[in-house]
Each structure stands twice: as structure tokens, then as C-alpha cells.
Write a protein that binds this ligand. Structure first.
Ligand SMILES: Nc1nc2c(ncn2[C@@H]2O[C@H](COP(=O)(O)OP(=O)(O)OP(=O)(O)O)[C@@H](O)[C@H]2O)c(=O)[nH]1
Ligand SMILES: [Mg+2]
Length: 347
């Protein structure tokens, strides 16, 4: 459960067809590549993606307050803290928000909006990080390795990144490093065709490190700007598979010494606590340099980003806002908080 489920009473049902439950490796949705130009601005997309989380916040937080307001005393603060720690946000942020509300409002009768403003401010502080898009190599291709557990959204995120680079006029080569399932290669191939980018692949069961090597070599030869390499889903606890990632790293760095320039961990925003243990396991074992938080649009747990930012030094680079190629936004803490607390439109 994420922070903005704090006052939630009923469990949220995952949305039908919004990503969860759909077979990973499924063919990309028709028309996905047509979405290169978003119909609404990125902030609008972020706002719509966070709607479920925002709805929970706006509806359930209200229940904590009597119409005439509530006195902020020890009882209120303890109640607030108890609600906060029951969520996945952790005792640290919960305690800080409680202390902030105590410092701002103790002995006063408050209304929801007063408290919300302080919560918002505190959340903003936790989420704050310099905006960090992909670190581009000073010269030669920038190599991006994408890792994460099964079904987290790796391949779709690669398509989104490729789309982003391509619209910036960059030449992209994809490496189909998920050699575990034939369907995985097929899925990335469909995306590559739609986006008009080159793809390097071998047959099913091939060595992922060999694919990575070939992809980077191709990117060097063809003077591509970016080479993005897919990997099979794995659990952070599968030591042999984590070692396989190390081998992929080694092979890449033999061709370009400071590559991979980015190792992006894709975390599914609907995964709650699991996303946190994944971040923990992958950050050390796979030397991750950034996080893509996918499926924000399908989650009422958008607040999971708080413990992610709170506990890990790795920056959140992008957020996934849907299944189409354009559904990716650079993470920006201010925009995120604004979208999260956006007033619902008048009925
Ligand atoms: N709603 C929504 N769905 C998403 C998002 N990102 C990915 N998906 C969907 O999630 C499912 C799994 O995505 P994939 O990209 O195949 O995930 P993966 O990590 O490559 O999966 P494996 O290769 O099996 O480990 C697909 O149905 C995607 O369309 C997102 O940001 N929002
Ligand atoms: Mg995949």
C-alpha cells in the first residue's frame, strides 16, 4: 500500500486491461507507435495517470476530518501516525509528516486543506531530486541496460525510451537480450518495426551477453547514438541470473569502457512493498543507476514512490503512464506532487 492509500478503507481493484494481468510479452497494442505525439501535455498525462491515487487521497483523507475541523492534539497525531505507518511509506516519512503537522498546527482546529498543504510540502521534500534524464555518453553510443523482475514493464519501457530518442532525432539500436522466451524477442521486434529502429537478436536460448555484445558492436559500427538492451525478467534473489547480468555488464564494458552508461531498473508501481525489495536487491547486484516507475496509470498506489525516493540513492528517472510508446515522462518531483494533489474537476 502506498502513502496515499493512507486513509483508505476498501482495497482497490486493479483496473481492467490497464496493464496488470495482461500477459507479459503480449503483442504491443495496435496504434502504439502512432502515439509519438501526445494528445495532451505531459502534465495532463501525469495527472490522468495519477487519477486513481489522487481519487483515493481526495476522498479518503476527507473522512479523517469532521466537517467543523479537528483539534490537533496528541490523540490526533497518534491517529495520523498509526494510519501512516500502516501504509508502505515507512516510519521515517510517517514520523516526519506527523511531526510537521504537530509543529504547524498543534492545539489548533484544522481543516483538511490546511493539513494537506503541509503533507504536500513534506512529500515534495522527500521526492526532491535533481531532474535526471539519461546520462548521455560524451562520445560514441550511449548504452542503456534495462533490468527488473518478470512483467515489470521492461520491454514496453524500452519501446518508450526508443520512441523518445527517435523523436529527438537520435539513431537507436535495440538489443533483444531476453533470449529466454521466443515471444520476448518477437515483442521487441514488433516495437522496433513500429518505431523504425534497428534491432539485434539471436535465437531463443542464446547467450544474453552475446546479444549485448553484438548490439553494442552494431551500435558502434553504425554510429548509433543510443543502444538499449532488453533483459529477461529475474528475481533479485536468483543469484545465478544476477551473475548473468554482471557478465552482460563485463561484455559491454569490453567494447566501451564506461558502458553501460545507464542500468535502469523497471519497477511496477502496482507492486507496493515488493517494489521496495526489488529496488533493494537490484540496486546492489545490478549496479542500477536509475529507476523507471512503470504502470502509474494502473495504480492507486502512486505514493509508493515516496519510500522508493526515501530509501534508495538511485534517482527515479522516468515514470510510465500507459502502454503506448509516448506514455513516458521524465520524473519531476514538483510536477508529480502537483499532479498528485490536483483538485478534482468540479462536478
Ligand atoms: N498500464 C500500463 N501498462 C504497462 C505499462 N508498462 C508496461 N505495461 C504493460 O505491462 C505488461 C508487461 O509489460 P512488458 O513490457 O512486457 O514487461 P517485461 O518486464 O518486459 O516482462 P517480461 O519480459 O516478461 O519480464 C504489458 O501488458 C504492458 O503493456 C505502463 O506504464 N502502464
Ligand atoms: Mg520483456
Amino acid at each position: 500500500m502506498g502513502v496515499f492509500d493512507l486513509f483508505k478503507k476498501k482495497p482497490e481493484q486493479p483496473p481492467g486491461g490497464a496493464g496488470q494481468g495482461s500477459a507479459p510479452g503480449a503483442e504491443p497494442k495496435a496504434g502504439a507507435a502512432d502515439a509519438a505525439a501526445p494528445k495532451q501535455g505531459l502534465f495532463g498525462m501525469l495527472r490522468s495517470a495519477l487519477k486513481k491515487t489522487t481519487d483515493v487521497l481526495n476522498t479518503d483523507i476527507r473522512d479523517l476530518f469532521k466537517r467543523e475541523g479537528r483539534l490537533v492534539d496528541d490523540e490526533f497525531l497518534a491517529e495520523l501516525f498509526a494510519i501512516l505507518v500502516k501504509t508502505d511509506m515507512g516510519a521515517g516519512p510517517a514520523g516526519r509528516i506527523r511531526d510537521r503537522i504537530g509543529a504547524d498546527f498543534r492545539a489548533r482546529v484544522v481543516h483538511m486543506q490546511d493539513v494537506l498543504a503541509s503533507v504536500k510540502d513534506e512529500v515534495r521534500k522527500i521526492l526532491q531530486q535533481p531532474e535526471q534524464p539519461i546520462q548521455l555518453a560524451a562520445s560514441g553510443p550511449t548504452v542503456v541496460l534495462v533490468v527488473g523482475v518478470n512483467g515489470s514493464g521492461k520491454t514496453t519501457s524500452i519501446a518508450k525510451l526508443a520512441n523518445r530518442f527517435r523523436t529527438e532525432g537520435k539513431k537507436v539500436v535495440l538489443g533483444a537480450g531476453d533470449t529466454f522466451r521466443a515471444a520476448a524477442v518477437e515483442q521487441l521486434t514488433i516495437w522496433a518495426d513500429r518505431l523504425g529502429v534497428e534491432i539485434v537478436k539471436t535465437g531463443q536460448g542464446g547467450d544474453p551477453a552475446a546479444v549485448a555484445h553484438k548490439a553494442v558492436a552494431t551500435a558502434l559500427e553504425s554510429q548509433a547514438d543510443v543502444c538499449i538492451i532488453d533483459t529477461a525478467g529475474r528475481l533479485q534473489t536468483q543469484t545465478n541470473l544476477m551473475q548473468q547480468l554482471e557478465k552482460v555488464h563485463r561484455v559491454i564494458s569490453k567494447l566501451i569502457p564506461d558502458a553501460p552508461h545507464e542500468t535502469l531498473l523497471v519497477l511496477d508501481a502496482t507492486a507496493g512493498q515488493n517494489a521496495l525489495s526489488q529496488a533493494q536487491g537490484f540496486s546492489t547486484a545490478a549496479k542500477c543507476t536509475g529507476i523507471i516507475l512503470s504502470k502509474l496509470d494502473g495504480s492507486a498506489k502512486g505514493g509508493v514512490i515516496i519510500p522508493i525516493r526515501e530509501r534508495f540513492a538511485i534517482p527515479v528517472k522516468f515514470v510510465g503512464l500507459g502502454e503506448q510508446a509516448a506514455d513516458l515522462a521524465v520524473f519531476n518531483a514538483d510536477e508529480f506532487v502537483e499532479a498528485l494533489f490536483a483538485e478534482p474537476p468540479p462536478k
